[in-house]
Design a protein around this ligand. Structure first.
Ligand SMILES: *[C@@H]1O[C@H](CO)[C@@H](O)[C@H](O)[C@H]1NC(C)=O
Ligand SMILES: *[C@@H]1O[C@H](CO)[C@@H](O)[C@H](O)[C@H]1NC(C)=O
Ligand SMILES: *[C@@H]1O[C@H](CO)[C@@H](O)[C@H](O)[C@H]1NC(C)=O
Ligand SMILES: *[C@@H]1O[C@H](CO)[C@@H](O)[C@H](O)[C@H]1NC(C)=O
Ligand SMILES: *[C@@H]1O[C@H](CO)[C@@H](O)[C@H](O)[C@H]1NC(C)=O
Ligand SMILES: *[C@@H]1O[C@H](CO)[C@@H](O)[C@H](O)[C@H]1NC(C)=O
Ligand SMILES: *[C@@H]1O[C@H](CO)[C@@H](O)[C@H](O)[C@H]1NC(C)=O
Ligand SMILES: *[C@@H]1O[C@H](CO)[C@@H](O)[C@H](O)[C@H]1NC(C)=O
Ligand SMILES: *[C@@H]1O[C@H](CO)[C@@H](O)[C@H](O)[C@H]1NC(C)=O
Ligand SMILES: *[C@@H]1O[C@H](CO)[C@@H](O)[C@H](O)[C@H]1NC(C)=O
Ligand SMILES: *[C@@H]1O[C@H](CO)[C@@H](O)[C@H](O)[C@H]1NC(C)=O
Length: 449
């Protein structure tokens, strides 16, 4: 296929596109996907979610079709041709290869209909030199998605070709692994009905987003070598306001969703998480001199299986600490306020709830000597039920504040979680037993980070 555009207007037989202008060569089987209906349940976002206008022109993305040659130019061509009111289709029968870092922050009033597969090349040298930096925790991405009034759907697959990255990271922890979906500056947009596989690192890093919805996303991918797929968070939000994440299935090996610095008005609901580190506020307080805010977060109707945590708040202490060589920090300030975790089903999870201000620090004495100045206020854990793993048995939760002043009004109500042998103990530090329904506070610390 030559890289020349055939403009083909109003002569296609497929009824779904008969009334539109079509750009690109029309092929048998070409069709546009109907837009998905987005249902918000059990909660409705506090900011009215986006309602994109209809588009009036369609662009099919061409492909070399050889499973090897970079198709990026075809993609950019279709995005530019159909920007400002069009509908771009990635054909159902195609695998598109991406071997070039693409800046997609120019998108405006566009539907992106991914029916086929988008596969990122395995050239770790190229990607480490060219992927987009996101400042926070050395995050980079294959592409940068941004703009306004973008509606992505279609049921297709984004495949991060993760195995080469899992192996490269095992050989060198400073390998910069791209996240699969990098969002920077996206507003009034919806991403729905996608299959995400084998991300090298996080599946989504959502930065500078406002009024964005993620719906019906199917996440999975693991390693087939002895090197595990590490840091495969489902979603991380950062510098973002009014984000909804819902109706999704996440099979991964790190946070199912996590709220990084300056995440506000976030709604997370109706997720099935398997194998994760739970739904986490943080980590926060990582960088000296920074003030991190996570506020007005509502997490509801979560089914949490085979995880280290259900609901978690993780804060670095006020002293230099390290989880690993490539993850170090401590000494930052900030606030966590108005967080609700409600209706959690717990199945084989190490801690149903974990509040921790000693993230990355193995020396508890040091944490108490240098408690985090970051405050945690107005947090509700409500309606947890199920059975934990035997990892911290007889304990089922951990409520630890490093000082008497940092935490206030953190409560657990309607907590009905037991360990496999029927116990409900929890380590409590600077917490009042009276506000922690359903657990028996003890002062023996079993698990730590
Ligand atoms: C499509 O809609 C846009 C904005 O609504 C308009 O500017 C443009 O002329 C329309 N294009 C066609 C081909 O109808
Ligand atoms: C990388 O992908 C190419 C095909 O594009 C393949 O020939 C090669 O074996 C792959 N390399 C690795 C290390 O998987
Ligand atoms: C987000 O927006 C800020 C302010 O415009 C900008 O400095 C930053 O580079 C953007 N991206 C990220 C990842 O923070
Ligand atoms: C970022 O990477 C550098 C080396 O590439 C490493 O020294 C540093 O610890 C990393 N920082 C974080 C926050 O991961
Ligand atoms: C978060 O917001 C606070 C208050 O506006 C600001 O001081 C801080 O720099 C922001 N942090 C980031 C990472 O944007
Ligand atoms: C709760 O989430 C599950 C998926 O885990 C979904 O099937 C169910 O419909 C959700 N309930 C409500 C009330 O939205
Ligand atoms: C949950 O994860 C485990 C371990 O990876 C896997 O065996 C199991 O099939 C997963 N469950 C579902 C429903 O995907
Ligand atoms: C707490 O956050 C919720 C959104 O989760 C919001 O509706 C509510 O107004 C906030 N409450 C306060 C007191 O700010
Ligand atoms: C939890 O993991 C076990 C073992 O890997 C697996 O058999 C089981 O299906 C998982 N649970 C769910 C709900 O997927
Ligand atoms: C832990 O920190 C305390 C207080 O600074 C120090 O006295 C102690 O030696 C440290 N323990 C270890 C094992 O490093
Ligand atoms: C539960 O298991 C723990 C750890 O093995 C043990 O200390 C405790 O006595 C057990 N409790 C019951 C009720 O069996």
């Amino acid at each position: 296929m030559k890289f020349s555009q055939v403009v083909y207007v109003l002569s296609c037989a497929a009824s779904a596109i008969a009334s539109r202008a079509v750009q690109g060569l029309h092929r048998r089987g070409d069709h546009v996907s109907p837009r998905p209906q987005i249902v918000y349940s059990p909660e409705t976002p506090t900011t009215p979610p986006p309602t994109p206008k209809q588009r009036n022109v369609t662009c099919f993305v061409e492909s070399h079709g050889d499973y090897a040659t970079d198709d990026s130019e075809f993609i950019l061509d279709a995005f530019h041709k159909c920007n400002n009111g069009g509908h771009v289709v990635f054909r159902e029968s195609e695998t598109y290869i991406i071997g070039t870092a693409m800046d997609w922050t120019f998108l405006q009033s566009i539907d992106i209909d991914i029916q086929g597969e988008i596969l990122f090349s395995n050239d770790t040298t190229y990607w480490q030199a060219n992927s987009f930096p996101f400042i926070f925790q050395n995050v980079t991405s294959f592409f940068k998605l941004g703009g306004d009034d973008v509606f992505i759907y279609g049921g297709g697959t984004l495949n991060g070709n993760g195995q080469v990255w899992y192996d490269a990271y095992a050989a060198n922890i400073y390998t910069l692994r791209p996240v699969l979906v990098g969002v920077d500056g996206l507003t009034n947009s919806i991403v729905s009905d996608l299959v995400l596989r084998y991300s090298p690192e996080y599946y989504h890093f959502v930065a500078n987003a406002s009024n964005v919805v993620f719906n019906n996303i199917d996440i999975a991918g693991g390693s087939v070598s002895e090197n595990p797929a590490k840091n495969t968070d489902g979603w991380d939000t950062y510098r973002s306001n009014s984000v909804t994440i819902q109706n999704s299935v996440i099979n991964n090996g790190d946070d199912c969703v996590s709220f990084k610095p300056n995440s506000t008005n976030i709604l997370v609901q109706s997720l099935f998480c398997n194998g994760s580190h739970g739904i986490s506020v943080g980590s926060l307080g990582q960088y000296v001199g920074e003030y991190d805010i996570v506020e007005h977060v509502f997490v509801s109707n979560i089914s949490m299986h085979n995880a280290s945590d259900g609901a978690r708040i993780k804060i670095w202490p006020n002293t230099a600490s390290a989880v690993s060589g490539d993850l170090q920090g401590g000494g930052g300030d900030g606030r966590v306020n108005n967080i609700t975790y409600t209706d959690f089903f717990i199945d084989n999870v190490d801690y149903a709830i974990e509040v921790d201000q000693c993230y990355g620090q193995k020396n508890l004495t040091l944490c108490l000597e240098y408690p985090s100045p970051l405050t945690i206020t107005n947090v509700v854990f409500n309606g947890f039920q199920g059975v934990t793993s035997d990892h911290y048995m007889p304990q089922v939760a951990n409520f630890a504040c490093s000082s008497t002043t940092a935490c206030s009004n953190i409560v657990s109500t309607d907590f009905d979680v037991l360990s496999p042998n029927g116990t409900n103990e929890a380590y409590c530090l600077n917490f009042e037993q009276e506000v922690l329904d359903g657990v028996t506070c003890v002062d023996t610390l079993l698990g730590f980070n």
